[in-house]
Design a protein around this ligand. Structure first.
Ligand code: SF4
Length: 701
């Protein structure tokens, strides 16, 4: 018998989009096995535990394989045919539109959806439903970096250079990123940097496994890295380290940014951040003295109510030292979600049309309306951001169609969001498993997974990738594109919503043509032949753009813009009642809301549940021992989880991972205060108090 061919593809989880191959097994319990794929340059065959175990979620044991419709009499979700389920969804959407108008119907997407799905979902919302009320969970991922990128450079692409440049630069400042847990195969870029003689500075309130690799680790109080960046810029100026030639030739707005930084004295910054002045000076010297350098941020500085300004302050540091717009130098965002990059380019975001066009730009509306064959005036305007949309559920938004997201676990102020979801007139969810959010739905549509469908993803480098279908999906599931195709048909749109992904991609190419994220020259064939193609790529002859901004920035005058910023406190500061800072994040063996990874035995064995990481001094004060349950209480609610005691965290701070539902749900506590520009909630900083939990007390929520 000939051996079954392995199909080259990519991991279903994070934005690194590691290359892997899948070989079908024919076993419904584990339908595919992962085969090494060393030719893909990003990970060169390395995978973390999530990627290696990803086929487990394909198992018939853990997934939905038939639609579910809530019975009006019993209130229970019961199996239904696809015809019944789709008719119920179409009816729910139609009824709300008729009774309350198109904006009473909301659509919520996800940063894991392929480009084709994100594109079709945005088009479906605007044409079929006519609603402005669409946004997606990627808003919770990298929106502050995207906004800061746009402000400074005129274009947002996570990394303006390929990952392979990182080991060749002189110094990397990694801000609020724990690559060792979030993207382990990417850690080798930092290891190679150090082997090449480059310096690594890590800025994180916790001494993480990533911070342990650093030449210098600065541990600011959560929510104060904006002040730290300003203090560093102050020293760059006062120590005469400004690259005056670069500033004069390639930037605008320096004087105002300089003035902002000069009001942040190092001693004052030490008081705000807790980082000693000598350490700040050392960081400035390491970065400034290096001939080339990069600042890479992740969710730490971004998930704040001042995330856009915080990222802007780090960009200002790059610009002042001439470390941008040059080979091996620049600012980049380590995007988190699998298609966090592509998902924000093609129209599922509240203010956006495909190709990273703006919904309020008349020329953009005219171009996209032309591709879609409608009048520009028929397109609704910008809608609410993700949290604002979730907060409006049950109010003026009465029905929600949700794809690829689990906000009951992942949204800030999660108990409130759960209550809002329960208050809807109608909720339809398309998912691969019965997530906590799907369990609240009136109709659940079981959909295909990454290995069972074809589609493109755009990784954190801006490299457009193709995931080819490797397996036949189980009977009873349909792809998200098939769902949207069928719903569009039921709602009177016989054409314009193809279920074939390549057909969608061909239209996406045309819709993106001439836009900031121009995919016009990218085809499935090219992606396969070239190990991905970097956008912008305007024509089939264009070679793609791995490195941006080397000649000019994407602003009208070609100059990068300094944006003046000043430090401000977190939206919620500690006080006598809530004296401790809570910060949240991820662990290596779970992914986001855990909807998939919590179905994998190996991952659950490695990371079985939530915990509260706290300093020994705090534990002693509370009388709590390792593993004992502890309550974390904020103004939003209460979560309970075992204590994990470590000196790796500041005594004024506790950390909780956010992957779990139930009493240990970290997002119950999180403050939904929004950044005024990016509308990013403040996941990384809120005020809490800690309480020991008597055994037998299970109170939470
Ligand atoms: Fe998958 Fe990300 Fe792990 Fe790579 S690092 S295997 S893309 S989860």
């Amino acid at each position: 018998m000939s051996e079954v061919t392995a199909v080259p593809t990519h991991c279903p989880y994070c934005a690194l989009q590691c290359g892997m191959s899948l070989r079908p097994t024919g076993d419904p319990e584990l339908p595919a096995e992962v085969v090494d794929r060393t030719d893909f340059p990003v990970n060169r065959g390395a995978l973390c535990g999530k990627g290696r175990t990803a086929p487990s979620v394909l198992s018939s044991r853990v997934r939905l394989t038939e639609p579910l419709v809530r019975c009006p009499d019993t209130g229970v979700l019961a199996p239904a045919t696809w015809e019944e389920a789709l008719a119920a969804v179409a009816d729910g959407l139609r009824r709300t539109r008729a009774d309350h108008g198109p904006d009473a119907v909301g659509v919520f997407g996800g940063g894991g959806l392929t480009n084709e799905k994100a594109y079709t979902l945005g088009k479906f919302a605007r044409l079929v439903l006519g609603t402005s009320q669409i946004d997606y969970n990627g808003r919770f991922c990298m929106s502050s970096a995207a906004a800061a990128h746009g402000r400074a450079f005129g274009l947002d692409r996570g990394l303006p250079f390929p990952l392979e440049d990182i080991p060749k630069t002189g110094c990397v400042i990694l801000v609020g990123s724990n690559l060792a847990e979030t993207m382990p195969p990417a850690l080798r870029y930092l290891t190679e940097l150090k082997e090449n003689g480059g310096k690594l500075i890590v800025i994180d309130p916790r001494r993480t496994r990533t911070a342990e690799q650093a030449d210098l680790h600065l541990a600011p109080r959560p929510g104060t890295d904006l002040a730290l960046a300003l203090g560093m810029l102050h020293l760059v100026v006062s120590e005469g380290r400004v690259d005056e030639e670069f500033v004069a030739a390639r930037t605008s707005g320096w004087e105002a940014a300089r003035a902002g930084a000069m009001s942040h004295w190092p001693e004052q910054v030490e008081r705000i951040t807790g980082v000693p002045v000598p350490q700040i000076r050392e960081a400035v010297a390491l970065f400034s003295d290096a001939p080339t350098g990069m600042v890479l941020t992740a969710r730490g500085p971004e998930q704040q109510s001042k995330g856009t300004d915080t990222v802007g302050a780090w960009i200002n540091l790059c610009l002042a030292t001439g470390k941008a717009g040059r080979p091996l130098s620049g600012y980049g965002c380590l995007t988190g979600q699998g298609n966090g990059q592509g998902g924000r380019e093609h129209g599922q975001k509240a203010d956006q049309l495909p190709g990273y066009r703006k919904l309020d730009d008349p020329a953009a509306r005219a171009h996209v309306a032309g591709v879609w064959g409608v009048e520009p005036e028929s397109l609704p305007g910008p809608g609410r951001s993700a949290y604002e949309l979730l907060d409006a559920l049950g109010g003026d938004v009465k029905t929600l169609l949700l794809m690829g997201s689990n906000p009951v676990v992942s949204a800030p102020r999660a108990a409130h969001v759960e209550e809002r979801l329960r208050s809807l007139d109608f909720l339809a969810v398309a998912d691969v498993v019965l997530s906590e959010t799907a369990a609240l739905a009136d109709v659940v549509l079981p959909v295909t997974q990454w290995a069972e469908e074809t589609g493109t993803m755009t990784n954190l480098e801006g490299r457009v990738l193709l995931r080819r279908r490797a397996l036949t999906p189980p009977a009873g599931v349909r792809s998200d594109l098939e769902v949207l195709h069928a719903l569009a048909g039921l709602l009177g749109w016989e054409k314009g919503f193809p279920a074939d992904p390549e057909e969608v991609f061909e239209e996406l190419r045309r819709a993106s043509a001439g836009g900031p994220a121009d995919y016009a020259g990218i085809s499935y064939r090219r992606i396969e032949e070239e190990q991905g193609v970097f956008w912008p790529c305007p024509t089939p002859e264009h070679e793609g753009t791995p490195r941006l901004f080397l000649d000019r920035f994407a602003t009208p005058d070609g100059r990068a813009r300094f944006v003046p910023v000043v430090h401000r406190a977190a939206a919620e500061e500690t006080d006598a009642e809530y004296p401790v800072v809570l910060t949240t994040g991820r662990v290596v063996s779970q992914y986001q809301s855990g909807a998939q990874t919590r179905r994998v035995d190996e991952l659950n064995a490695a990371a079985p549940g939530p915990f509260v990481e706290l300093h020994p001094r705090v534990a002693e004060r509370l009388g709590v021992a390792e593993g004992e349950r502890i309550a974390v209480v904020s103004r939003r609610g209460r979560a309970v989880a075992p204590a994990r005691i470590t000196t790796a965290i500041r005594p004024d701070t506790v950390f909780m991972p956010f992957h779990w539902a139930g009493e240990g749900r970290a997002n119950t506590l999180v403050n939904p205060a929004l950044d005024p520009v990016s509308r990013m909630p403040e996941f990384k900083v809120c005020a809490v108090r800690l309480e020991p939990v008597a055994s037998g007390d299970a109170t939470a929520g």
